[in-house]
Design a binder for this molecule. Sequence first.
Ligand SMILES: *[C@@H]1O[C@H](CO)[C@@H](O)[C@H](O)[C@H]1NC(C)=O
Ligand SMILES: *[C@@H]1O[C@H](CO)[C@@H](O)[C@H](O)[C@H]1NC(C)=O
Ligand SMILES: *[C@@H]1O[C@H](CO)[C@@H](O)[C@H](O)[C@H]1NC(C)=O
Ligand SMILES: *[C@@H]1O[C@H](CO)[C@@H](O)[C@H](O)[C@H]1NC(C)=O
Length: 479
Amino acid sequence: MEVLMLGFALFSLCGAADLPNFVLLFADDLGYGDLGSSGHPTSLTPNLDRLVAHGLRFTDFYSTSPVCSPSRLGGLPLNETTIAEVLKPLGYTTAMIGKWHLGYGANGTYLPTRQGFDHYLGIPYSHDMGPCHNLTCFPPYVKCYGFCDVGTVTVPLMDGEAITQQPVDFIHLEDAYSTFATEFIRSAAQKRQPFFLYYPSHHTHYPQYAGWKSVGRSLRGPFGDALLEFDFTVGDILKTLKDTGVLSNTLVFFTADNGPELMRMSRGGNSGLLKCGKGTTYEGGMREPAFAYWSGVIKAGVTHSLASTLDILPTFAKLAGAPLPTVQLDGVDMIDILFNHGAGQRKAMFYYPVDPSEKFGVFAVRMGKYKAHYYTRGSAQSETTPDQDCRVISPLKYHDPPLLFDLESDPAENYNLSLKDHPELVSVLQDINNLKDEFQASMQFGQSEIGKGTDPNLAPCCKPHCSPKPECCQCGTAG
Ligand SMILES: *[C@@H]1O[C@H](CO)[C@@H](O)[C@H](O)[C@H]1NC(C)=O
Ligand SMILES: *[C@@H]1O[C@H](CO)[C@@H](O)[C@H](O)[C@H]1NC(C)=O
Ligand SMILES: *[C@@H]1O[C@H](CO)[C@@H](O)[C@H](O)[C@H]1NC(C)=O
Ligand SMILES: *[C@@H]1O[C@H](CO)[C@@H](O)[C@H](O)[C@H]1NC(C)=O
């Protein structure tokens, strides 16, 4: 009750004509230990660090999955409700810059413009999903590091539903994003229209690189440069919020889609003290850096409350006073955490593998500070670390009794708790088992829409009728 009242007090302060703005920043394959503020010695993230210092930092924030697609989804069914669609009926203007990766579809059926975004500038999927081209601006030109897709069209730049460049000029892409975001905020502020800006970056996904402003500027190499370039755009967005006078009415939320891709070795990210990374259901696969920043409204600090990307939609909806979509949501709002630094409503987190199935169900469950692993498996994406458990050679293993960790005293999941030594944990484990059964009973497996777009004629091409494809799909790029 206290929580709700605080929430409502906030709304009445803002008034119906002055709905809060939302900026959602989403990094790619970024690990728990990757930010300067997470203690990484050579990352250079001055803007993110400043927001963390003046915002509320989450220590126990989870993405929905150890790979990006469920965080972003993939061929997102049109009948699902996005945050943009939740906010639009209230008069919000909505924009997205960056990497969509929720489907393209015939005639752009799945683009952001069909999912509630008024404006969109970005690449429709990952930048390794096309033939490699130059990702460095200075000689010696380095093409891709490792492998990118071959035989496909080059990655296009979309403005709304139109391809304006193919291949996209990656060296200047971040400048284009920054300009687009800045103009969007200025225009909304001028019209006094509430706005939602979603910026899912292709940084720091493989192949790591940075444009002209950031290349070679960090001590950390290509990953650090990529992160710095993302950080520059964050800085530009923040400066614009301030310059246009809307900073104190804007909630900025930052997190990432999943843990670091350790197989890229020193070019991949780092999960800090957490075990393993992308592709695994250990903490390093899903626990992410996250913070909320709202100048003058959210008190700076640190929260150890459980929270997840699942909770962002209910939180934004509540703050805007928007009705929730009439579906069974897995998220709960974070109002108590944000405004009271309270414990929040989330009691548990469920960890599904990269290939969820009804046969195996959830691999692990966190309830409070305890995490039980029913299944574990290494991943090619967490290859090359010294920890064998992370590697692809560690096959699917069923644990009965489950591996049990106290994540408060042992966040690195090093010490499996023995029920013999801790008889009081027998009932804890029973509670976790019950929670798991209850959750799984309520889980409906849907049909993925991925795979419907494998027809090469449906590949994004700026000259739809040209030949021979894919080479002829080239527009708007000099050189
Ligand atoms: C969307 O449509 C699919 C296929 O018709 C259906 O299975 C699913 O339940 C629908 N989802 C929502 C949120 O309505
Ligand atoms: C795409 O649009 C074209 C032209 O409007 C139309 O002829 C074609 O049938 C559409 N394809 C699909 C799969 O909707
Ligand atoms: C791309 O790299 C090649 C060398 O691999 C170089 O000759 C060419 O000029 C580069 N193109 C651009 C646009 O930088
Ligand atoms: C974890 O601890 C339990 C005791 O509660 C034990 O039965 C199990 O063998 C241990 N598992 C591993 C992999 O060490």
